[in-house]
Write a protein that binds this ligand. Structure first.
Ligand SMILES: Nc1ccn([C@@H]2O[C@H](COP(=O)(O)OP(=O)(O)OP(=O)(O)O)[C@@H](O)[C@H]2O)c(=O)n1
Ligand SMILES: C[C@](O)(CO)[C@H](O)COP(=O)(O)O
Length: 385
């Protein structure tokens, strides 16, 4: 075991434990896989540690490989154990071959940990072998039995424990290997059992641990404080021309006419693409793919929509909902709507449940009513949290 702290600025690996079953939170999926403000809890937790050092993600053995897009944010994925402490141990052992100087151990269930808390723990490790965030207890404490208060213990000197808990790697690995008592609630308990002093840094009220069902709405409220919600709209029209089929929302439909356009003239996908650009205030489709440029002649509109969706991701936005309305007398859209939703969702890499496609006629009025062309309007909601 080291007897002095790792040198200042030495690298810190991160272990994120996500192998629990989340029984108290309930729900169809363990809490780390559930949606929180449009992104999975675990994706948010991994984001909070991005760029700090190699990330070792500890998952339930049955869940490894189930969400590759989330695992991609980790450098190492290892199977966890039946208790939190065993999952932490699995992560530590996986790092032991090429040991980092320091390690931060964090609950996947604390997705909103502020960067300042993580940095305070790292800084404290410059002068300590172990450091962890804590919060003062501000309410009075009671001991309760049979529904009645039987004692009022002092809250003097008490703190509420949070993660990430940071350690000299060799010290916490040795402490976990030596621990043989009942499973410890956290790594501070393991460290203390091995005689390590643990410095306390300021935790944060936003660093909630999602534990019960009500914690999801609590976390959503916190997210709402600094959530950037954008709505964009798009409108497009394409005229009919002679043909045997047309493209609408990524689906080719046999029809007695086609749609005229520089690209494949997918009017629904164009309106949606413009709605996404609009939400980001990034101009419109013509600005990104000028019709004067011959390379886009006959292009599949999928290229435009995936460009807009990629741009949203790069800027940190999740596309949380979009709604496309096609305005035409014919063809009938209803029989194709489900396939259109699935296709748009695939291209934008979001869940089909977040995509709506519907249609209306214009009561035989105006150019859609005279069957001179098809119009489409779309709305997209983007959220950055
Ligand atoms: N065998 C376990 C148990 C817990 N954890 C992780 O430890 C963190 C804190 O644990 P807790 O909030 O108690 O999560 P669960 O064990 O999933 O919840 P519950 O006790 O309600 O089932 C969570 O990120 C959880 O995924 C783990 O990796 N392996
Ligand atoms: C590690 C921990 O998050 C510190 O607050 C907590 O002890 C783990 O969760 P549990 O609810 O005690 O299992």
């Amino acid at each position: 075991m080291s007897d002095s702290p790792a040198p200042a600025n030495a690298g810190a690996a991160v272990i994120i434990v996500a192998a629990g079953r989340g029984r108290r939170a309930g729900g169809e999926l363990p809490k780390q896989w559930r949606d929180l403000g449009g992104r999975k809890v675990l994706a948010r937790t991994l984001d909070a540690f991005a760029g700090l050092g190699p990330i070792c993600l500890v998952l339930h053995p049955d869940e490894i490989g189930r969400y590759p897009e989330i695992e991609a944010a980790a450098d190492l994925v290892v199977p966890g154990g039946a208790e939190r402490a065993l999952s932490v141990r699995a992560g530590l052992e996986a790092l032991a071959d090429r040991p980092p100087a320091r390690v931060l151990i964090h609950d996947a269930a604390r997705p909103l940990v502020p960067r300042g808390v993580i940095e305070a723990v790292i800084t404290a490790l410059d002068h300590n072998l172990a450091a962890a965030p804590g919060l003062a207890v501000t309410d009075a404490l009671w001991r309760v039995a049979d529904g009645a208060v039987v004692d009022a213990p002092s809250r003097e000197g008490l703190a509420r424990a949070q993660t990430p808990q940071g350690f000299d790697f060799a010290a916490i690995l040795a402490a976990h290997r030596a621990h043989d008592g009942p499973p410890a609630a956290d790594d501070v308990a393991v460290a203390r059992a091995a005689g390590l002093a643990v410095a306390v840094v300021a935790g944060h009220e936003n660093n909630v641990k999602i534990t019960g069902p009500e914690d999801f709405s609590r976390a959503e409220r916190i997210l709402g404080c600094d959530m950037d919600v954008r709505t964009g709209n798009g409108f497009d029209v394409h005229a009919f021309e002679p043909g045997e089929s047309l493209w609408l929302c990524g689906v080719e439909i046999a029809h007695d006419r086609g749609l005229k356009g520089h690209s494949d003239a997918d009017v629904g996908m164009h309106a949606l693409t413009d709605a996404i650009y609009g939400a980001m205030a990034h101009g419109d489709i013509g600005q990104h793919f000028p019709p004067s440029d011959p390379q886009w002649k006959g292009a599949r509109s999928e290229v435009f929509l995936s460009h807009a969706a990629d741009l949203a991701r790069v800027e940190g936005f999740a596309i949380t909902h979009c709604d496309v309305t096609l305005i035409c007398e014919r063809p009938k859209i209803g029989p194709h709507a489900e396939k259109m939703r699935a296709e748009l969702a695939r291209i934008m890499q979001i869940e089909p449940g977040r995509v709506s496609v519907k249609a209306t006629t214009s009561e035989r009025l105006g150019f859609p009513g005279r069957e001179e062309g098809i119009a489409a309007i779309a709305t997209a909601t983007l959220v950055k949290a």
